[in-house]
Write a protein of this length. Structure first.
Length: 250
């Protein structure tokens, strides 16, 4: 099912006011004795990032945040656009379970976790190799915001996994505890992760711009589907679900 994530615009709108905290964190913690993170982690430059679109060649990637508009609604948070689907689904599917463990692989500056904490979620795990970002920046951003988290703990049993950078989930297996798995529409991620998802998971939804996917454990599908079915994008891209399934079956 393809969903219009902005049908629940209220979830994102309430978070806009926290953006200045991320800018302050970048300006305060980006330089640690001359070691700096890559420019694309600057919250003010999020709109310049490429956004991979499922089943599209590199030259067809959406290169500016405002190219992802639908009915003039913009991606206004300082958040990588593929992570909007995760932010939305966690708020909808776990509104009464704020203590679930949420794991973000390739978390970068930790902005998804930052926004989830503002929604009341409290339990986080991060997997990050710091190849593009300094640990000082990530720690400064999250600790200053009062956010506690596990770092590179490969023994965790999360309920939700988000991955929007690595070509594969770094643990190389998905714990049975995982109910929701979100990733961006990178073909390598879908192919590599699909091998781990085949047996116990099924496609739940993807966003209306075809940049993010969500899979859920089979025993949770009916419950989750009923919660999000009102968000269905009526002009859904034909055969996109079939194409995604083809990637998984390769």
């Amino acid at each position: 099912m393809q969903i219009n994530i902005f049908k629940r615009r209220d979830i994102f709108d309430k978070l806009i006011r926290y953006g200045n905290e991320l800018i302050t964190a970048w300006d305060t913690y980006n330089d640690y004795d001359g070691a700096k993170s890559e420019w694309w982690f600057d919250p003010r430059k999020t709109h310049l990032l490429e956004n991979p679109v499922l089943n599209q060649p590199r030259e067809k990637r959406l290169r500016k945040r405002n190219q992802l508009n639908y009915d003039q609604l913009n991606y206004e948070l300082y958040l990588y656009p593929p992570n909007y689907l995760t932010l939305l689904l966690v708020n909808l599917l776990y509104s009464n379970k704020k203590g679930i463990l949420i794991e973000d692989a390739c978390a970068g500056m930790g902005r998804l976790i930052f926004y989830l904490s503002k929604c009341g979620y409290t339990n986080f795990s991060i997997i990050e190799d710091f190849s593009q970002i300094t640990k000082f920046l990530m720690e400064g951003t999250l600790v200053t915001a009062g956010i506690k988290y596990l770092l590179n703990d490969f023994t965790t049993a999360p309920t939700v996994i988000n991955i929007a950078g690595y070509p594969v989930y770094p643990k190389n297996n998905i714990p049975n505890s995982v109910e929701l798995f979100c990733c961006y529409g990178n073909e390598a991620i879908i192919k590599n992760t699909g091998k781990m998802l085949k047996e116990n998971y099924r496609l739940l939804c993807f966003d209306h711009n075809n940049i993010s996917l969500a899979f859920c454990r089979k025993d949770k599908y009916d419950d989750f589907y009923n919660i999000i079915k009102s968000l269905e994008f009526k002009d859904s891209t034909k055969n996109m679900t079939i194409q995604i399934q083809d990637y998984l079956n390769k």
